[in-house]
Design a protein. Structure first.
Length: 71
């Protein structure tokens, strides 16, 4: 299960090459929801070609805890 989780998340992150910047912003970051697990990938655009993934967080947490984690 761990390898499947890892591969799934990296597949989602790889898709940012094509779709970075189209996701809604939350707490000052773009947020892409993972396709297969209840996780969100928070990222920022550094420039036209670079994406900085800041955090991958479990969306089952308290929203206040997520907000604090992104400060």
């Amino acid at each position: 299960m761990g390898e499947y989780f890892y591969d799934s998340l990296f597949s989602d992150i790889d898709s940012l090459r094509l779709y970075a910047g189209i996701h809604p912003q939350h707490f000052g970051f773009y947020r892409m929801l993972a396709k297969r697990f209840p996780y969100a990938i928070y990222y920022r655009l550094k420039n036209k070609n670079d994406v900085l993934v800041y955090r991958i967080l479990d969306m089952r947490q308290d929203p206040n805890k997520i907000r604090e984690s992104l400060k």
